[in-house]
Design a protein around this ligand. Structure first.
Ligand SMILES: Nc1nc2c(ncn2[C@@H]2O[C@H](COP(=O)(O)OP(=O)(O)OP(=O)(O)O)[C@@H](O)[C@H]2O)c(=O)[nH]1
Ligand SMILES: [Mg+2]
Length: 303
């Protein structure tokens, strides 16, 4: 871990490349376990339909964080990258960060050639980065599956909707409104449609949560509106959680990652065969355990 922190962006990029390669994470399991036990970042997931303004927003947040000395790691995960071979990812990130700045790291992750879903790949990457930076940001595109996937890796989920899109109603129908911790209307410089979208969003959130505890706000990157409010809302949420709460959430994520990973590789039977061994003890890390269980199951299933 010390070596990874000292190795800077290059060492991290090498570790992430191993995670991305099928079977490669075995080589870094011990490192990821170490990182799992040394978290520091608030992990924030941004989700929402294509073109809503996620990357533009993330870029603006990263620049304001960097201006106050806060370090940030950004990962963009793209479910369509299996088809596009990640070609779109470069465009999707839209980051204008200084490559010399060691305090910001941006990487896209493609799930090509890998079993399992987005979160199965993103979780170890997030775990590594959250031991290094002050904030970790995960961007996923799409509506539906990706919201659930992002809450499996993030501490906080920000759902982005666009003025004039009717997104809120669609999301509510799809049951997505139960997932965000903060919801934002982007492009508030569009005027009245943005204000209407915010009203719709508040309505949808109020219905979904039964009380409307989810913060909803609107923002514009070109106007610089709402960005400080979003950053403050995120910080307040992280501070309010407290260490024990975050540990509990991350433990649950780790245990579910472990089971999902075994399920994808060995099916229901494999999970059943692993039995209680696939339970993660309090304070334990999942990556080495996953390797050990996979090695054992491979003998049984010749997988
Ligand atoms: N007017 C206005 N346009 C914006 C704002 N934020 C983003 N945009 C524009 O919206 C378009 C899409 O922005 P992106 O940040 O790439 O959106 P995204 O959600 O990351 O898109 P995908 O990654 O493809 O899903 C770009 O043309 C941006 O310039 C905003 O606050 N106001
Ligand atoms: Mg984007």
């Amino acid at each position: 871990m010390a070596a990874l922190r000292a190795g800077g962006k290059r060492a991290l990029a090498e570790a992430l490349a191993l995670i991305e390669r099928a079977g490669g994470e075995a080589e870094v399991a011990a490192l990821i376990d170490e990182a799992f036990l040394a978290p520091r970042a608030h992990v924030i997931g941004f989700t929402g339909p294509p073109g809503v303004g996620k990357s533009t927003l993330i870029d603006a947040l990263v620049r304001s964080w960097r201006a106050s000395g806060v370090t940030v790691g950004v990962i963009a995960v793209d479910p369509s990258s299996q088809i596009t071979r990640g070609a779109l990812l470069g465009d999707r990130i839209r980051m204008r960060t200084d490559p010399e700045d060691q305090g910001v790291f941006v990487r896209s992750l493609a799930s090509r050639g890998r079993l399992g879903g987005l979160s199965e790949l993103a979780f170890p990457a997030v775990v590594l980065m959250r031991a290094i930076y002050d904030r970790v940001v995960v961007e996923t595109v799409g509506v539906g599956q990706s919201e659930a996937e992002i809450s499996a890796v993030a501490d906080s989920v920000v759902l982005c909707v666009q003025p004039g899109s009717g997104d809120s109603l669609q999301f509510m129908k799809a049951g997505i409104m139960e997932i965000p911790d903060i919801a934002v209307v982007t492009k508030s410089d569009m005027g009245p449609p943005a204000r209407r979208a915010l009203a719709d969003l508040k309505g949808a959130l109020g219905l979904a949560s039964g009380g409307g505890e989810v913060a909803a706000l609107m923002l514009s990157v070109p106007k610089g509106e709402g960005l400080a409010e979003l950053a403050a809302a995120l910080d307040a949420r992280f501070a309010a959680g407290g260490e024990a709460d975050w540990t509990t959430r991350r433990h649950a994520q780790a245990e579910s990652w472990l089971r999902t990973s075994l399920l994808h590789r060995f099916g229901e039977e494999g999970v059943a065969a692993a039995g209680a061994a696939a339970r993660l003890a309090p304070g334990a890390a999942p990556f080495g355990l996953r390797q050990a269980l996979a090695d054992r199951l491979r003998v049984i299933y010749q997988g």
